[in-house]
Design a binder for this molecule. Sequence first.
Ligand code: PLP
Length: 298
Amino acid sequence: MVTNGSLQVLDFVGWALVEPGDTVYVEAPTYDRAITLFRRHRANVVGIPLHADGPDIEALEASLRRQPPKLFYVIVDFQNPSGATASLQKRRRLADLAEQHGFWLLEDAPYRPLRYRGEALPSLYELAPQRTLQLSSFTKQISPGVRVGYVVGDAAVLRRLAKVAEDTYITPNLIGQGIVYEFCRRGWLDPQLERLRALYGPRLEAVCEALRQELPQAEWVEPDGGFFVSVTLPAGVTSAALRQAASERGLVLSDGRGFFPTPAEGERFVRLPFCALTPEQLREGVRRLADALRAVTA
Ligand SMILES: Cc1ncc(COP(=O)(O)O)c(C=O)c1O
């Protein structure tokens, strides 16, 4: 089903599959707008801790024993915000658990084509097509402004989503779809993805190198692709103080607490989007972040 961007699919899923009071799992941290949308549908949003190789399976199993969910929203490739990629072993486990406990995997995969190193792993949709709804969009591949996304999965669920979509906007943005169709028909998509990987890969290298030099005391996952790397700063830092010190240095930081269903867990979490800046700007940004950190911990 082709949609106006992919974010609204989460809202449609909320209308079609989630009853008020239902439990929805997300990774902690996760894409902040997903938390907002599921809460708007009065879901009980439960965070499953995320590690460098994907969701914590023991914590997931413990939550499944307590409170099985309607669905688990996951970003297994170059996660927004952490940059983490789930291992093949964890992907298989997620597929098995979804089957065994009868919940949906809502796999959000907008960054999947933007891998800068290593080999692609099978998607959750490839591993468990009967249990997975996979979302993606052309936002990161062509432009956010075209507002063209899509969801792939079970036909009966898609019919329900299509009914919600029709009642919401009658028809999707066919002009945007026409632009994307023509872009693809002309064979421009693959060269465009090549160009983006060649542009963003060195930016990722630059930000990671700057972090190793300037913030060795921070913890982070080294991403293999996507748009984001995120750092967890040492104990004693608060998000508000850090953002204030950063803004005095001309550095705008998002509030790390927004990425966690339990906001206090994100007090020391800082997302660093690296794609829109040059390597030199990234090095300067990380220098300013390190300086702001020194100021708030002094
Ligand atoms: C993980 C994730 N899902 C969905 C979206 C929304 O994308 P779209 O523009 O397709 O609605 C974003 C955008 O940043 C994102 O990072």
